[in-house]
Design a binder for this molecule. Structure first.
Ligand code: KG4
Ligand code: ZN
Length: 375
């Protein structure tokens, strides 16, 4: 049986990922996977500075390529791979450009094709292909009769509901009109003076809070479409914090509130704010997803993206899926954040479907719709 082997590269935001995947028949094996996060560096500024991200990608991409070359045990990577899959967008332009340029250079030097991959496709496939509990082996076998599938993608840059009509066939049915869910988590975490990355830290604080302590708004929960909006929710949190501490000056761009997270109540107030905010986000995501299930009747529901690591979201989405009797697949925890394995998963399928480009025809694009990658 013919084997296909792909080198995959991801640099769209603040994680550098390089992986080697191989497909033989229906089985995909991750031969090597390396990810480096820049979280510690961006913690110093409280968020990702695109040029700093690009500089860090530039530093680590060579060593990561070397690492996967060793780990994959392919004697000669140049002759051992069929193509190079790379995230071409969407993302931070200077960051994307590092991965795309690395892929172009290798493709030129090794005379290999490039398989351009949309970042959100990667997140979709991290859940679609599932895993058998083992990190390294994915099975395509059962995934052919699962369409249409509906994907809820929640990351730092995107909140989307996407209908997947077949492999590599996408239709966006809803998305955020302002902040993404992860962005809202990160901004509210900053208001609560929690360190970067905000989402996981806010969720940790929320574990000790009362989820109904504050009746924060659920923006667009009843709107007649599948779009989202989270910026009003963030503002509602800001006003709640101000009411608690009116001496806080108005917040400018990039400024922090002077609100002390612990008002002498053992952190109970901020934990309650965190828990109530988290529940508002989860309620909106679940209600809209349920309505999309009712309308599109998918055979499979998928949850992926950085915020898919959120425990209450995973648990409550599972409960909803059980109630409406829809099978749910959630991306494995180690593939929720950005990584190159998910890019390689798409790369293998896209390669088989003829999405093959000459290095000269591949460029990074900060904003690009997923539909333009659809079969
Ligand atoms: O997919 P991802 O790694 O990067 C983008 O493509 O944007 O997602 C990162 C986002 C960040 O906003 C981060 O705060 C959020 O995912 N996140 C979480 C959790 N873990 C990561 N948000 C809420 N709860 C979590 N446990
Ligand atoms: Zn992502």
């Amino acid at each position: 049986m013919r084997k296909i082997t792909i080198l995959a590269i991801e640099t769209s935001c603040d994680e550098t990922g390089v992986a080697v995947l191989q497909k033989e028949g229906d089985t995909v094996t991750v031969l090597a996977d390396a990810v480096t996060s820049q979280a510690d560096i961006h913690a110093l500024t409280g968020g990702v500075v695109p040029d700093v991200a690009a500089r860090e990608h530039t530093k680590v991409i060579g060593p990561l390529l070397q690492e996967v070359q060793c780990e994959s045990e392919i004697k000669n990577i140049e002759s051992g791979i069929d193509g190079i899959a790379v995230t071409v967008g969407p993302g931070l332009m200077p960051a994307l450009a590092v991965g795309v340029q690395a892929a172009r250079t290798l493709a030129y030097a090794w005379n290999k094709p490039i398989i351009p991959v949309h970042h959100i496709e990667g997140h979709i496939y991290s859940a679609l292909l599932g895993s058998d509990g083992e990190f390294s082996i994915f099975n395509f076998q059962y995934s052919n009769n699962l369409f249409p599938a509906l994907a809820l993608i929640v990351s730092g840059g995107h909140t989307m509901l996407i209908l997947i009509k077949g492999h590599l066939k996408y239709e966006v049915i809803g998305q955020t009109r302002d902040d993404a869910a992860g962005e809202a988590f990160d901004k509210v975490a900053r208001l609560l003076q929690l360190p970067y990355p905000g989402g996981p830290n806010l969720s940790k604080l929320a574990e000790d809070g009362d989820r109904s302590a504050f009746a924060f708004p659920r923006p667009m929960i009843h709107s007649d479409d599948f779009d989202f909006s989270f910026s009003g929710l963030k503002t509602a949190v800001l006003y709640t914090l101000r009411d608690q501490d009116p001496s806080s000056p108005p917040l400018g761009r990039g400024e922090r509130t002077t609100f002390p997270p612990d008002k002498g109540d053992g952190g109970g107030f901020s934990a309650n704010v965190a828990a109530s905010f988290e529940q508002a986000v989860v309620d909106v995501l679940i209600t809209k997803t349920q309505r999309a299930i009712e309308k599109y009747q998918p055979r499979l529901l998928l949850l992926a993206g950085g915020v898919a690591a959120n425990k209450p979201l995973r648990q409550q989405l599972q409960a909803m899926a059980d109630e409406v009797e829809t099978k749910l697949q959630i991306a494995p925890l180690n593939l929720c954040g950005d990584n190159a394995v998910m890019i390689g998963q798409v790369g293998l399928l896209a390669y088989e479907n003829g999405r093959i480009r000459n290095w000269k025809d591949v460029d990074a694009t900060a904003r690009i719709p997923i539909e333009s990658f659809s079969l």
